[in-house]
Ligand binder design. Structure first.
Ligand code: SAM
Length: 267
């Protein structure tokens, strides 16, 4: 199982659900029992609780992440073998979970088993992420690293829009998909987290974390060393531009909200 740090999750989700129209099909106001599967630190759990009066249960395989989640109940468990009875929730949802699973199809079947009504998944297409930056090398280098990572990672990290196919296979009806772009902007005045992220960029730490996937994606040996050297130089330029308040960056991560209904229920 791919591991995530609590800091990484809270940082990458920052501001994600400032606009919530794309969640309309989840009908949150009328939900009674909601299960957030693979909730991590509870970034979506918080939104589910803010938008509904439901009892919201957070479930994750990683107890350390789960301890951060502000849910009505927290359950340690596996998304492909949910420790809940059939139809125990009227909404079973996940965010950025399927892209991390070797068998996302089995997980969707399990989400459907646990629901009496709606199933929803919020999944990105990580192959289609774009970065615009005032440091010209940043867009090019992030694209090169991303392409290698997507090739090398063993799970389907660009699943996004294709979740609807899994819903159809799981027998879910009335399936709808809404695209939602999470736009992450960095601009002056910079926050503490942004300054720290820039300092980390200058060390090439993130590339080092992804070294195995980059190697599997064809960037190994000298190619990896060259990429890391360029990356660190780019990071130093980011830090320099931040010192004069000239740095701006916009990253767009396309997410897809797919919602379906358990068969036999009316829309
Ligand atoms: C990218 S994080 C997403 C966390 C959260 N949903 C969010 O959007 O911030 C993926 C989460 O799935 C969890 N996870 C991975 N495999 C799992 C499994 N088989 N069962 C339950 N949780 C799992 C990880 O521990 C992690 O918290």
């Amino acid at each position: 199982m791919r591991r995530f740090s609590a800091d990484y999750l809270s940082e990458t989700r920052r501001g994600m659900w400032e606009h919530r129209d794309a969640l309309a099909d989840l009908q949150l106001a009328s939900r009674e029992r909601v299960l957030d599967v693979g909730c991590g630190t509870g970034e979506l759990t918080r939104v589910l609780r803010e938008e509904s009066d439901a009892t919201v249960v957070g479930l994750d395989a990683d107890p350390e992440l789960l301890a951060h989640a502000d849910a009505d109940e927290r359950v340690v468990g596996d998304a492909t073998r949910l420790p809940v009875r059939d139809g125990a929730f009227d909404l079973v949802v996940c965010q950025a979970l399927l892209i991390n699973l070797p068998d996302p199809r089995a997980a969707v079947e399990e989400l459907a088993r646990a629901s009496s009504d709606l199933v929803a998944v919020v999944e990105p297409d990580n192959a289609a992420v774009t970065v615009d930056s005032t440091v010209p090398a940043e867009s090019r280098l992030t694209e090169r690293a991303r392409e290698a990572y997507v090739r090398g990672v063993p799970t389907d990290v660009d699943l996004g829009a294709d979740a609807a196919d899994l819903f159809a296979d799981a027998g879910l009806d009335d399936v709808r998909t809404t695209r939602y772009d999470h736009v992450r902007r960095v601009e002056p005045p910079y926050g503490e987290a942004e300054l720290e992220a820039a300092a980390r960029k200058a060390t090439g730490e993130r590339l080092a974390d992804q070294r195995a996937e980059l190697a599997a994606g064809g960037v190994d040996g000298d190619a990896y060393d060259a990429l890391r050297a360029e990356w660190r130089e780019m990071g130093r330029e980011v830090v320099e531009q931040m010192q004069t308040a000239d740095y701006e960056r916009e990253e767009t991560i396309p997410f897809f909200v797919t919602v379906g209904r358990v068969s036999g229920r009316d829309a």
